[in-house]
Ligand binder design. Structure first.
Ligand code: FCB
Length: 452
């Protein structure tokens, strides 16, 4: 384990952990919850590794108190969780299910009682199945139900939640879900995916004023996953490949949200697949934010390619470290990414809302020693500090994830937790990385205080 203490982060910087509803809660048919697109997708043969699903997951729905106690023992100051839409409005539209909201009500009070700030995400991919049946995110009619759902949640939880994010990673919802088919609902259509991305952002923008009215003291924002593209060589063709990837992954979301327009080059490049956009949509999408959540895991290296796309991902350096996901460990990418968005956009305060790594952890004599994850976290926190030192306003960091959990199409095989979960017994064992993180937080708090 690195023994060098981390440099001091600014006063008031928040140290947190993150999770998402479908990945940890289980209890998919309890207290009125109805199926989401992930229940359907996971039940479709061949979609999720080993046919696994979030039906039980970490059983957090029943074990939440113990999980909050665990967080308190780690000394985390903030917890980013997501609210399951199919618990709150099980049919997607219509009646609010108060029993579904009761769970989050108790969770929020439980966090506050333990001195942990609630950071809630409204949509971390569990769309009520009836809304997919009506057309899903490519259907413009989905915006209103999302706003009604955002209204129900923020009305009930109000200002007890410190920060609300509308969406988690709309790139994944749209592209992984409707184009690459690797996530629910598992479709393969670029035009549908781009239309989905537009309606996700529109739903975000239209929900903001309603959320602000219900929770005026809370912060309101959105979470994007940003993946910087690096050219495979110094050739002009590879530089262009990296630029195109950056457009597809990052600018397609950053530009409308922060600048109120779609990037010209992509719009032209997409041709007939470009989404249908109505007057006023971009004004709604670019409503001011209190924060931008950034999820950073890795970079992508790109090379020019003679094929149809003109671009292909290239291998990373042979001497780099790779996680169990096959993702290159590249902390410097976080510094460069933050400096770049700070330079290119009128940036609100930033939270790193996810960062972490999967490794092949093993329990040996009741202990899970994960020095690689410690190195990953240490490296990324130093990289984050470097960006802050160069002027980027970053207010907090959330490690992904508190617990090992259901890693979407990968099932339970990929473990991202600071805390190991034995899925047969639901026993939780904090890994070495949890102890390391707790220690890092305690040191920071001793130096700068907890701040306000
Ligand atoms: C992100 C997701 C999160 C988790 C991590 C590993 O894309 O937001 O739910 O799966 O990746």
């Amino acid at each position: 384990m690195p023994t060098q203490p981390l440099p001091s982060f600014p006063p008031g910087f928040r140290w947190g952990v993150a999770t998402a509803s479908y990945q940890i809660e289980g209890a998919v048919a309890e207290d009125g919850r109805k199926p989401s697109i992930w229940d359907t997708f996971a039940a479709t043969p061949g979609k999720v590794k080993n046919g696994e699903s979030g039906a039980v997951a970490c059983d957090h729905y029943h074990r939440w108190e113990g999980d909050l106690d665990l967080m308190q023992r780690l000394g985390v100051q903030a917890y980013r969780f997501s609210v399951a839409w199919p618990r709150v409005i099980p049919e997607g539209t219509g009646a609010v299910n108060e029993r579904g909201l009761d769970f989050y009500d108790r969770l929020v009070d439980g966090l506050l009682a333990r001195g942990i700030e609630p950071f809630a995400t409204l949509y971390h991919w569990d769309l009520p199945q009836p809304l997919q049946d009506a057309g899903g995110w490519p259907w413009r009619g989905i915006v209103e139900p999302f706003v009604a759902y955002a209204d129900a949640v923020t009305r009930r939880l109000g200002d007890r939640v410190r920060a609300y994010a509308t969406l988690n990673e709309p790139w994944c919802s749209a592209i992984m879900g409707y184009d690459f088919g690797e996530h629910a609902p598992g479709l393969h259509d670029r035009a549908l995916a781009l239309q989905a991305s537009h309606h996700l952002l529109l739903a975000h923008g239209e929900a903001l004023p309603v959320m602000r009215a219900n929770a005026p003291a809370a912060q309101h924002g959105i979470v994007l996953n940003l993946n910087p593209g690096y050219p495979a060589s110094d050739s002009a063709a590879d530089a262009e490949a990296a630029r195109r990837f950056d457009g597809f992954f990052n600018r397609w979301f950053l530009d409308p949200v922060l600048l109120g327009r779609y990037p010209e080059d992509l719009w032209t490049g997409y041709g007939d697949a470009a989404p249908d956009v109505h007057d006023g949509d971009l004004e709604a999408i670019s409503r001011p934010l209190d924060f931008l959540g950034v999820n950073y895991y890795n970079r992508t290296i790109l090379a020019a390619d003679p094929g149809e796309l003109g671009v292909r991902p290239a291998d990373g350096p042979a001497d780099a470290e790779y996680t169990e996901m096959g993702w290159e460990v590249f902390p410097q990418g976080l510094t460069e990414l933050l400096l770049r968005i700070h330079r290119d956009y009128p940036l609100p305060p930033v939270y790193i809302t996810e960062n972490g790594a999967a490794y092949r952890d093993e329990v040996v004599d009741g202990v899970v020693d994960d020095p690689q994850r410690v190195r990953y976290l240490d490296g990324h926190l130093r990289a984050l500090h470097a960006a802050i030192a160069q002027g980027v306003d970053v207010r907090g960091y959330f490690a992904w994830s508190l617990l090992d959990n259901f890693e979407w199409a990968h099932g339970y095989g990929k473990r991202f937790g600071l805390v190991h979960v034995d899925y047969a017994t639901q026993a939780r064992i904090p890994k070495t990385s949890a102890t390391w993180y707790a220690d890092a937080i305690a040191r920071q708090r001793a130096v700068v205080g907890s701040g306000a």
